[in-house]
Ligand binder design. Structure first.
Ligand code: COI
Length: 348
């Protein structure tokens, strides 16, 4: 059972939904559950607030921390539904295992999540294209700085009403110096450090006029891996191509859903290693038809330019393209406009 302490007066009336920056406004409540002395305690929903932690907080020193990203959608009949939340639950626990953290019990995650969104249901935006971004996370919360796994952990969920993530043209640079992840590493997890480690190379790309990076493999930078914080897909000569999952690549839930949709539409879909050379060759010879990122925050983010070694290749990026078809199809499923044939939506 989840313990619930409600806020006295909602911050909703003072929140301007028309001027939301991604992840800056937070709803009225949050969920906390602490792991101490080898066991999980009571999960509690309480008013969104600052918590008091010492500077010896383990997570600040060793980064034993992982997060998830998911969304709740307003349905056309006014109801609310979550998109494939069990996939996030399973992935969080895969991250937990790799980072030597205790797995979160399913009941805490699923029941806590449903109760939290239900209590803050008015925070799920009604406007087209908007949703409630949900951020479950797990971090080490012992107060010691010995370099060994923490003894205490905190699982929390906070939520944030959001509009579109990336806006404008997405210009990406194929990265040949820095690496997001390596074999044997933590690339398949949503470890906090995977994102922290990406900020510096991304900033260098931004200084050169790009929006994001296309990550390549750690060995010789010949294989395409991900794009920014997203999985990546290309349409080359009529075929949809995305790199296969590996210990270096995050198992995106949006990626998995898009592959399912594409196959149901009869598209030719290949999950196989994609070389930088084949993408550049296709771009040079005008059969790179589309390229886009796939992730929870942005859903589908069409790429308009790919930069490689001082050359920029324009990528066709039309509103009639497959990226937009996918985005619209996912949106229709998520808002209840079309039947949810795959059983992806969990209605509250
Ligand atoms: C996602 O889109 O799945 C993300 O993880 C983005 C998040 C880092 C804001």
């Amino acid at each position: 059972m989840i313990e619930i302490r409600k806020i006295e007066s909602s911050r909703l009336p003072s929140t301007d939904f028309s001027a939301l920056e991604f992840g800056k406004a937070f709803s009225d409540h949050m969920l906390i559950c602490e792991f101490k002395n080898g066991q999980w305690g009571q999960a509690t929903i309480l008013p969104y607030q600052d918590l008091n932690y010492p500077l010896s907080l383990h997570a600040l020193h060793y980064g034993q921390a992982a997060f998830e990203g998911m969304k709740a959608y307003r349905q056309i009949d006014g109801g609310i539904a979550l998109f494939r939340p069990e996939m996030n639950y399973e992935r969080l626990n895969r991250s937990a295992v790799r980072l030597a953290m205790p797995e979160v019990p399913k009941e805490v995650f699923m029941e806590g999540l449903k109760s939290l969104i239900d209590i803050d249901r008015e925070w799920v935006p009604k406007e087209e294209g908007m949703s409630l971004y949900i951020r479950p996370f797990l971090f080490s919360s012992s107060s010691f700085i010995a370099a060994r796994p923490s003894e205490s952990y905190t699982f929390a969920i906070i939520t944030s009403p959001v509009g579109p993530y990336y806006t404008g043209n997405v210009k990406v640079k194929i990265e040949e110096q820095y690496t997001r992840s390596a074999a044997g590493g933590i690339g398949f997890t949503k470890a906090a450090g995977n994102y922290g480690g990406a900020f510096y190379p991304t900033r260098k790309a931004v200084e050169k006029g790009y929006t994001q990076i296309i990550w390549t493999d750690h060995k010789d930078h010949r294989l395409i891996e991900e794009s920014g914080t997203m999985n990546i897909m290309f349409r080359i000569g009529g075929t949809m191509r995305t790199p296969p999952l590996s210990e270096r690549i995050l198992a995106g839930i949006t990626r998995d859903s898009i592959l399912t949709l594409l196959r149901s539409w009869g598209e030719i879909v290949e999950e196989r290693p994609i070389t930088v050379d084949e993408v550049v060759y296709a771009a040079e010879n005008n059969y790179l038809e589309e390229a886009f990122g796939m992730g929870t925050a942005a859903v589908v983010s069409p790429i308009s330019t790919i930069g490689f070694r001082e050359r920029d290749f324009e990528v066709p990026n039309s509103s009639e393209g497959i990226a937009m078809k996918i985005k619209n199809a996912l949106n229709e499923i998520r808002t209840g406009k079309v039947a949810d044939k795959n059983g992806w939506m969990l209605r509250l």
